[in-house]
Design a protein around this ligand. Sequence first.
Ligand code: SAM
Length: 450
Amino acid sequence: SQPSHFLEPTAKTAPNTLAIISLSKENFQPITLQQSDSAVDGYAEGVTLNTRFGSFPHSTLLDIPWGSQVRASVVDTGSRGRKRRRDEVEDEETPTSNQDDGNDTPSSAPAKRAVVASSGFIYVLRPTPELWTSSLPHRTQVVYTPDYSYVLQRIRARPGSRIIEAGAGSGSFTHASARAVYNGYPKSDADLRGKVFSFEFHELRYEKMQAELKHHALDGVVQLTHRDVYDEGFLINGQSPKASAIFLDLPAPWEALHHLARRKTLKGGKLDDKPGDWESPLDPNRSAFICTFSPCIEQVTRTVTEMRTLGWTDIDMVEIANHRFNVMRDRVGVNIPNEKGFSSQPGDVGEAVKKLKSDLKRTQDFHKGQTSQLVSDASESKMDVDGSTPESSSKDSNKSEDPLWLQGRVVHRTENDLKTHTSYLVFAILPREWDEAAEEAAMARWPCGS
Ligand code: SAM
């Protein structure tokens, strides 16, 4: 079977795999690339992606390097296109470039042959967890990149880790955690494989996610189980997943915590005096690192109380407030900042051409290996950091001895806030148990006295 593009990057696009289409800076659409030899769906070119920037037969998107820019094609819309009245087509607005006006939802309407010819372009991107998060079909609230990148490092997710996740929801966190733990399947010992044990009790979400994991070739790394974890816990066919990292995105995480103990424990922290053949889902040889994700402080309070009762330590709570800053050089006479970003000042064509030439030269120099020089030059210039009106710096004076690209002020603007579902993150650690046998085993592995 094909390796997952999420885990093992390939150089080029391939049929029957996921690709993320970038329609504009903030607008991504996941598609499955399809090979078709004959007319499909009314198009002589076969399966075609239709967007407001034009039509893109999948044949033009296949077997090309990931990241390629693809221009719209003139497509033969066949009978469907010909049914459209000529005047209806000609009256429609012709997009001339991929301007992000916030209304660029992809269109499923038949392509307009003459009108959209080569008017726009898209980028074909290799799937990554970040792009999947930005484009996935939402079945629930999802965890966004600023949160999951922080969570994954706090719960020590790394190649070879075994993570318990509940609930799976739309699979945003699942994709990121699968990449974090993937260690290329060592053949020797199944327990050494990085794995995500994911749980979801909503049947339809479970089925959709199972199909997605298979399609994305992640089903070897993620084991999804249809289960109510409050009642049934986290064992897989009675066996321990031996997890050392846990992420709970559940409405009532405190209801599931007693299943994540080292001894059979009842809710509220009381040890069960009839443990039977109960197994802990945790790795007995490692401390367990947990994160719970809850939108309300009341949920946090109940979770923390239950954690304390069950012996979790180092409990703390974090809220991620993420902002993106766009840092750029504000050249007097070329770029005048406005509300929405930067626009060229009309009339100063000569300056603009000079800047384009100097940008080109800079790119060429960069590729000639002069990176370090450019970086040290740039680090001498002063940067405004207050995010409001940029102040002039000592380097602002457009000194003629400066290279063109170094002239002007370095300014920054906050960009639109990243989409993120603000929640409180509660972290805690359940230390591994330690006894004489553990001490002896440790000393045998690492005889520091010898
Ligand atoms: N973290 C997910 C993501 O990034 O896409 C979103 C999780 S969503 C907010 C919460 C999920 O937990 C829902 O899909 C819900 O069906 C599931 N869930 C709620 N209670 C559950 C339970 N007791 N056992 C298993 N899943 C549960």
